[in-house]
Design a protein around this ligand. Structure first.
Ligand SMILES: C[S@@+](CC[C@H](N)C(=O)[O-])C[C@H]1O[C@@H](n2cnc3c(N)ncnc32)[C@H](O)[C@@H]1O
Ligand code: SF4
Ligand code: SF4
Length: 410
């Protein structure tokens, strides 16, 4: 039997003319979005054939499973460059991180590994801990830039950001540098208490304003708000605030059961609240089209709308890409499928790039995530390749990362 080649592209925003993109465009044109739980009509066989035939010169990480060959092109990777932090947030997913800075040669190795297989869209997220606490942050930026880092997102609590950092970002001429600063409430006292730091609110707003005031075409001020159910009604106020201080992007997240939040189910949303959260987010996307309002929750695929069609009319896949088009590496070198899913895949520190490549190719988690070998409701869902559910919620709430997403409201 001839094996089909399935190309996994990061969010399909690549400029490549790969066949799968043609399928996606055709699909998006015919079926711009799905209703809740609505089924995705089967791809046209003709187009799928074309996609299988289509081979580009771009090197991709080939993973062969029983009946398919997957070609991975990483769309986005995350490196936790330090486990150290000056705050103590109630929900922190990174609370178990080792209190150390990742050595620069290890950061370079991870970037090089990913860039081999991500020649098109290639976002590198630098996070932690508080990434600006890395003792040699300036050298980290230079090393990342010199080794193919062009599109960077730095997630930060904002407290350590200085003009010098922004000068360096400008000097290094990144193609895009997103400063994603955490601001979880417009009530300063609430934000400070939640973050266990008296100046957290003031410094986060100051950091966002500093970035916005640069008025740089490549530097993006992005407010990142990790919220609780009681704040769903305040989301619009938060969007307006972000807009007024010059942010171009607002990214909302619910609190996931990860790290410290595992012991805090009182901070999680219920399934109904999650639906209300996502509906509100989509309403705001429509009401504030000049702002990029996003969320990392794969369940947004259930509300897919016109705003998810890319600039070139491609369908933007934004579901769970853990291990398939993205990975995370903790400060101690442990690779996990995503920063919220604490399931070790390997420790990259002692390995060469070719050894990391071989282990990635053979990793059972990678195969399960590529084939979406999911269980329960997700296993039989015809949206699973778009959505995939949240694997971190499945692990913590149901004890199996391949189980159904307990928040699914389809
Ligand atoms: C772990 S922090 C690291 C960067 C930086 N220290 C900061 O707070 O922005 C990255 C982002 O993850 C969010 N986060 C932490 N724990 C989380 C959880 N359990 N669920 C969802 N998001 C979480 C934080 O609020 C923050 O916006
Ligand atoms: S969420 Fe960020 S600022 Fe808060 S404790 Fe975790 S790493 Fe530190
Ligand atoms: S969470 Fe699972 S069942 Fe629900 S839409 Fe996503 S893949 Fe389907």
């Amino acid at each position: 039997m001839r094996k089909g080649v399935i190309v996994c592209l990061g969010r399909l925003r690549s400029t490549s003319v790969c066949g799968l993109e043609k399928v996606a465009v055709a699909f998006a044109t015919s079926y711009p979005w799905c209703e809740y739980g609505g089924s995705i009509p089967p791809y046209s066989l003709e187009l799928l054939e074309e996609a299988m035939e289509c081979k580009t010169e771009v090197p991709r990480l080939e993973v062969e499973t029983e009946d398919s060959i997957f070609e991975i092109e990483f769309g986005q990777i995350q490196i936790e460059i330090t486990g150290r932090c000056n705050m103590k947030c109630e929900h922190c997913r990174a609370s178990y991180q080792a209190q150390l800075d990742m050595p620069i040669d290890q950061i370079v190795k991870i970037v090089r590994f990913a860039r081999q297989f991500s020649p098109n869209y290639k976002e590198i997220i630098l996070s932690g801990g508080e990434p600006l606490m890395h003792r040699d942050f300036a050298s980290v930026l230079i090393a990342v830039r010199n080794n193919g880092g062009e599109f960077i997102t730095l997630t930060s609590n904002g407290s350590k950001l200085t003009r010098k950092h922004l000068d360096q970002v400008e000097e290094l001429q990144f193609k895009r540098f997103v400063l994603s600063v955490s601001l979880d409430s417009l009530n300063p006292e609430r934000h400070n208490t939640f973050r266990g730091h008296p100046g957290a609110f003031r410094s986060a707003v100051r950091a966002l304003q500093m970035v916005a005031k640069r008025n740089s075409p490549t530097m993006v001020a992005s407010m990142r708000s990790t919220i609780q159910a009681s704040q769903i009604d305040s989301m619009e106020e938060m969007v307006v605030f972000a807009k007024n201080i010059g942010c171009a992007r607002v990214s909302f997240s619910a609190i996931h059961p990860a790290g410290r939040a595992i012991e805090r189910p009182d901070l999680w949303m219920t399934r109904e609240q999650k639906k209300a959260f996502l509906e509100n987010l989509y309403r705001l996307k429509g009401a504030y089209p000049d702002l990029n309002i996003t969320t990392n929750d794969p369940l947004k695929c259930l509300l897919r709308g016109v705003h998810d069609i890319g600039t070139e009319n491609e369908l933007v896949f934004d579901g769970c890409g853990a291990a398939a088009i993205t990975f995370n590496v903790n400060a101690d070198g442990t690779m996990t499928p995503c920063a919220l899913l604490n399931v070790p895949m390997m420790n990259v520190f002692p390995l060469s790039i070719s050894e990391i490549t071989d282990r990635y190719r053979d990793n059972p988690i990678v195969r399960d995530m590529l084939t979406m070998n999911l269980h329960g409701k997700c296993g039989s869902c015809n949206l699973k390749y778009q959505c995939g559910g949240c694997r971190a919620r499945a692990l913590v709430q149901l004890g199996d990362f391949l189980a159904e997403d307990p928040h699914c409201f389809a």
